[in-house]
Design a protein around this ligand. Structure first.
Ligand code: NDP
Length: 397
């Protein structure tokens, strides 16, 4: 029995609140806080039964966060606002001595660059305070990191090659929309590609490397090598890796829109003076694009995300593929949110359960692959994200 404070009432926050509300034995009290309180109230009303209380908070403001944490006294703060807020929320947790969890690593607003260094630097302060921060507990990062830890623990003596493959074969019926916060999403997919090879990072031009991969239950989809944040912690925590890459599917239509957006300067993060006001083009673009939280109703198709791993077991080469498929319609029926929010929110709830029940414990700042993957894998099957595995198959990569 414990109290959780969820910060951020977007698509992911909706799913986290729904899923926490399903487990009163673990989450006996839930407070959902965001910049716009009406969004929290709507989610609480959709859940019903007075399970979720709501509040307004500006998560860029440490004293405001501290006051809210002091008044509610949660056991854990679950951050599903934006990556910009990670450090202020961690600071507030340090000041109040409360565990912290997030799904995306810190990113400065003025530089499209996500790295763990700012959050890892807080390790000693979390340790001294006797609390833990669990970083990157969504699907990717999150489940993909747990999948890797599970493979390394049970199926390999050494893992050598890791390819994380992320396919969204959904159709939301819009000409262009992003599946999570457009600003964060566009910053992520327009940056240079990067992968780990033989102890070094190799950089590529954006979308320069692609390959058609077969996804279970979906079929062939063109997949592009992009940089993704879990690679940074996985190569550190699994030093036997000779190569680690991340692949994501994009449709031609999506990439054409993205190219136009970039070419006309709308993906820019430098302020532009317009009619006497400073406007950041990407922030303005977010305001006119469809809200990812509203895509759910007509979203058909499914996502398929997994890890393809090659390594050594008992002196012989072995391959292993572990994945989950999630149908957008099923996610929407259960929570009112589409599959990408669902696949992020469910693992965030499971991670919070791991920490609040003491199944995962520690003092300091950790990534999810540093803990025993077994109880987390078990919960995925029970909480709506069942996984499948295949051995000794052609990984295509
Ligand atoms: P949304 O943009 O839909 O939601 C973000 C929410 O955070 C909004 O409700 C917003 O409030 C709130 N927020 C923003 N700034 C503040 C602030 N200063 N104070 C308080 N609240 C604030 O994003 P998503 O729900 O799609 O994504 C949430 C997080 O999940 C992001 O960090 C994203 O990167 C991460 N993510 C992780 C994935 C993974 O697999 N690991 C996959 C997908 C997403 P308001 O609406 O009032 O502005």
């Amino acid at each position: 029995m414990g109290k959780v404070l969820i910060i951020g009432a977007g698509g992911v926050g909706r799913v986290v609140a729904f899923k926490c509300a399903q487990h009163p034995d673990v989450f006996s009290e839930i407070l959902l806080a965001s910049r716009t309180k009406s969004k929290c109230d709507q989610i609480a009303a959709d859940i019903g039964g007075d399970r979720v209380r709501t509040a307004r908070v500006d998560a860029d403001n440490v004293p405001e966060l501290v006051a809210l944490i002091r008044s509610f006294q949660p056991d854990l703060v679950l951050n599903v606002a934006l990556p910009y807020q990670d450090l202020t929320i961690m600071e507030a947790c340090l000041e109040t001595g409360v565990h912290y969890l997030d799904t995306a690593n810190y990113e400065p607003r003025d530089e499209a660059k996500f790295e763990y260094k700012w959050q890892w630097a807080l390790h000693d302060r979390f340790r001294e305070k006797g609390i833990m921060a669990l970083l990157g507990c969504g699907f990717d990062p999150g489940v993909t990191s747990v999948f890797t830890a599970y493979a390394a623990k049970h199926h390999f003596d050494e893992i050598h090659y890791l390819d994380i493959v992320d396919c969204n074969a959904g159709d939301h019926g819009k000409a262009f929309a992003t599946n999570f916060n457009p600003e964060i999403n566009i910053r992520e997919v327009t940056q240079k590609g990067k992968y780990w090879k033989e102890g070094k990072w190799v950089e590529t031009e954006p979308h320069a490397i692609s390959k058609v991969l077969q996804y279970p239950g979906i079929g062939p989809r063109k997949s592009y090598l992009i940089y993704h944040e879990e690679l940074e912690s996985l190569v550190k925590n699994f030093p036997t890796l000779k190569q680690a890459r991340f692949w994501m599917t994009f449709g031609d239509e999506y990439l054409t829109h993205l190219r136009v957006i970039q070419n006309i300067g709308m993906a820019g993060i430098e302020p532009v003076r317009f009619k006497g006001v400073d406007i950041v083009p990407l922030e303005f673009l977010k305001a006119v694009l469809p809200d990812p939280g509203e895509l759910g109703e007509n979203y058909t198709g499914e996502t398929s995300i997994g890890c393809r791993i090659r390594g050594i077991k008992d002196g012989k080469e072995r391959t292993y593929y572990v994945w989950n498929n999630c149908r957008h319609q099923d996610a929407f029926r259960e929570t009112g949110a589409q599959g990408v929010s669902y696949t992020t929110g469910v693992p965030a709830m499971i991670g919070a359960r791991m920490v609040m029940t003491g199944v995962w414990s520690g003092q300091g700042v950790f990534n999810v692959e540093e803990f025993n993957p077994d109880p987390f894998m078990e919960r995925l099957n029970l909480d709506g994200l069942p996984w499948h595995e295949k051995f000794d198959i052609d990984l295509e990569l």
